[in-house]
Design a protein around this ligand. Structure first.
Ligand code: GAR
Length: 202
C-alpha cells in the first residue's frame, strides 16, 4: 500500500470531494488531498476544501489563449502539489492530449451513468428521457474521449416510476460517494492493471 497525494479537480458542489476528504481522514483511503483545483471560483468544492484546510487553486479558462495553455496550468498545479493521482470529481471540462499524456493511468473520473450509456452532461436526465429502468455510476480512467476511458468500478441505481432528474442524481451521488473512495483505495493499493479497455483488479 502506497500513500498517494491527490489533486481533486471539481467544478460543482463538491459532495464527491467531501467523500474523498472524509475517506482520507478516516484512514479508509491511504491518501491525502493535497490540492483542490476548480475552473469556477464560486464552486462549493473550493469552500469544502478551505473548510478542511486543503490548498485550493482556481484556473479561469477565459484567461488563457487556448485549451492547451489552460491544461498546462492545471497540469503544473497538480505536479507542484506532488499529486500521484488526479481525481476528476464533477470537473466539467474536457482535458486535452498534453494533460492526459502526462497523467496517463494516473487520472480518474466519476460519472453519473453506467457508461458507455449517457456520456457528457446531464446524464441522469438523459437516462430518464431514454426510459431506462436501471442506471448508476462509473469510475473510470480518463482518456482523450468524453467519458470513454477504461472502467474501474460501476454500480447500479434503479429508476423509480415518479423520478425526476434531480432526485435520480441525488441517489446516484450517494453511490458515487462509496465508489470513488473505493477506486482510489484500489489505485493506492496498486491493484489496478489496465489491459486495453479492461481494468483488472488484483
Ligand atoms: C457528480 O454526480 C459527478 O458524477 C458528475 O458531476 C457531479 C458532481 O457532484 N460528473 C459528471 O457529470 C462528469 N461528466 P459533486 O460536485 O457534488 O461531487
Amino acid at each position: 500500500m502506497v500513500f498517494v497525494k491527490l489533486a481533486v479537480l471539481a467544478s460543482g458542489a463538491g459532495t464527491n470531494l467531501q467523500a474523498v476528504i472524509d475517506g482520507c481522514r478516516s484512514g479508509e483511503i491511504p491518501a491525502e488531498v493535497a490540492l483542490v483545483l476548480s475552473d469556477r471560483p464560486t464552486a462549493g468544492a473550493l469552500q469544502r476544501a478551505s473548510a478542511a484546510g486543503i490548498p485550493t487553486h482556481v484556473v479561469r479558462p477565459r484567461e488563457f489563449d487556448d485549451r492547451t495553455a489552460c491544461d498546462a496550468a492545471i497540469s503544473t498545479a497538480c505536479a507542484e502539489a506532488g499529486a500521484g493521482l488526479v481525481v476528476l470529481a464533477g470537473f466539467m471540462r474536457l482535458l486535452g492530449p498534453a494533460f492526459l499524456g502526462r497523467w496517463a493511468g494516473r487520472c480518474i473520473n466519476v460519472h453519473p451513468s453506467l457508461l458507455p450509456a449517457f456520456p457528457g452532461i446531464d446524464a441522469p436526465a438523459q437516462a430518464l428521457a431514454y426510459g431506462v429502468r436501471l442506471t448508476g455510476c462509473t469510475v473510470h480512467f480518463v482518456d482523450e474521449g468524453a467519458d470513454t476511458g477504461p472502467i474501474i468500478l460501476q454500480d447500479v441505481v434503479p429508476v423509480e416510476p415518479d423520478d425526476n432528474a434531480e432526485a435520480l442524481h441525488r441517489r446516484i451521488q450517494a453511490v458515487e460517494w462509496r465508489l470513488l473512495p473505493e477506486a482510489i483505495r484500489l489505485f493506492a493499493a496498486g491493484r489496478l492493471r489496465v489491459r486495453g479497455r479492461r481494468v483488472e483488479i488484483g
